[in-house]
Ligand binder design. Structure first.
Ligand code: GDP
Length: 169
């Protein structure tokens, strides 16, 4: 029997974007209540018909916690950048944090999946507005792709993950 290969994926983004809720959705837990992530959550799972074991790290995104993100960069295969698509006020902050992250040496080879999350909310910006707001088209240092997701309905959560796993593999 083949030993499964491991992949290390970091879930990052501003606080309240939906990282913890997405992680609960993909591990089939109750998504109705989450509390702010102060330290980190780690989940191990595999996708159907995939030889990879995913070790997913969900690190708290509050401003005071962002300096600690760097402690998790080592050996990271992929970054999942989760965006609250309804939070227009912080879209620029979100852009700046993302682009700062992408300059980190230790993340140089990592693939980037952007989840334009909370698409179920009436005020959510669509995928092309998020793409523009985050200046994704200026990113040339990392393979990236954006999906419009909802942790509530589960829309595009697994297809996004599937993309990033294929991109790393
Ligand atoms: P985190 O700080 O990025 O881990 O964010 P959480 O997962 O704690 O989610 C923050 C809040 O947004 C919670 O009240 C969640 O229930 C809510 N939330 C997360 N994802 C979605 C989504 O896709 N749609 C809606 N409507 N609410 C969401």
């Amino acid at each position: 029997r083949m030993k499964s290969k491991e992949m290390r994926i970091l879930f990052l983004g501003l606080d309240n974007a939906g990282k913890t809720t997405i992680l609960k959705y993909i591990s089939h837990e109750d998504t109705s209540k989450t509390s702010p992530t102060l330290g980190f959550n780690i989940k191990t799972l595999s996708l159907p018909d995939s030889p990879y074991t995913l070790n997913i790290w969900d690190v708290g995104g509050q401003r005071t916690l962002r300096p600690y993100w760097r402690n998790y960069f080592e050996q990271t295969d992929a970054i999942v950048w989760v965006v609250d698509s309804a939070d227009r006020m912080r879209l620029n902050d979100c852009k700046e944090e993302l682009h700062a992250l992408l300059t980190e040496d230790r993340l140089a080879g990592a693939s980037l999946l952007v989840l334009a999350n909370k698409q179920d909310l009436p005020g959510a910006l669509g995928m092309s507005d998020i793409e523009l707001g985050l200046s994704l088209n200026t990113i040339t240092t990392h393979n990236w792709k954006i999906f419009a997701s909802s942790a509530m309905t589960g829309a595009h959560v697994f297809s996004g993950l599937q993309w990033v796993v294929n991109d790393v593999a």
